[in-house]
Design a protein around this ligand. Sequence first.
Ligand code: CP
Length: 307
Amino acid sequence: MQHLIGVSQLTWEEIDKLFQQARYRLKQPTGHELSRKVVAILFFEPSTRTRFSFEVAIKKLGGETINFTTSGSSIEKGETLEDTLCMLQEMGVDALVVRHSQNGVMASLAEMLEVPVINAGEGTLEHPTQCLLDLFTIHQEFGQLASLRVAIIGDVLHSRVAGSHLRLLPRLGVQVLLAGPPEWMPDSPPPGVRRVSMEEALTCDVVMPLRVQRERMAESSLPDMAEYRQVYGLTSDRAEKLLPHAIIMHPGPFNRGVEIDGEVVKHPQSRIFRQVAHGVAIRQAVLEAILNKRSDAQCHRAIQMSM
Ligand code: CP
């Protein structure tokens, strides 16, 4: 893995290796594996979980981070994103963790740059590390993935998390069911992905409501939030009807009282906070896979040059 752009690039063998390393990192969260590595973190959209879990992941492994903010940078003087990242590459940073609103930007950055690019959320297209940590949480819970039924509920259309899940989960034998307002369903879901009623969604092994992404919708197309909760919210009443072994997940941030009731966030079947903890371990595994491989390549070049 040179870059992590999207989940389609990953084989099950690679994912399984990342899971093995993430399990190790849950037991041993600190080390020196990223010592002397400098990772630039560039978020052009807001974030709490992803941004800080990358920071925690890097720092616990002995690496350094530099945080880029548009304000005060030469982007304010008209410099492009591409030129900005080229400058950071020339300065010798070891990886770029990037969140950006433009679909397709990560692939063009990866084509242009040698320094590893890690996609930390791309428009409505992909959020690969969130997808991996969600999948890891499911795998930790059930010990396997094939034949599980995962319900994704709500604003699928605007969700990059759903974008990655729809690309990866069916490929791994997971049955994905979608419930929510018809206008927020994808036009052409991947083969095997079905639209179902809320009642059927609530019979799944994993129930994952999504945030209503108000910032990606025109004010006029927003539903009444109380009505939305009534029809599609994971309310306390609905949470009580889940199968006893089922788990509740949410990529966050959550709108309490809209797609999920406040009390459901801490429901005994909720794994929402565990997802956050797994986020650090998975990001450590991804960084180690990318940066340690790079170190091997650099060592190889150094040996060749010294011969
Ligand atoms: N799940 C997620 O991407 O959350 P943040 O926007 O807080 O990073």
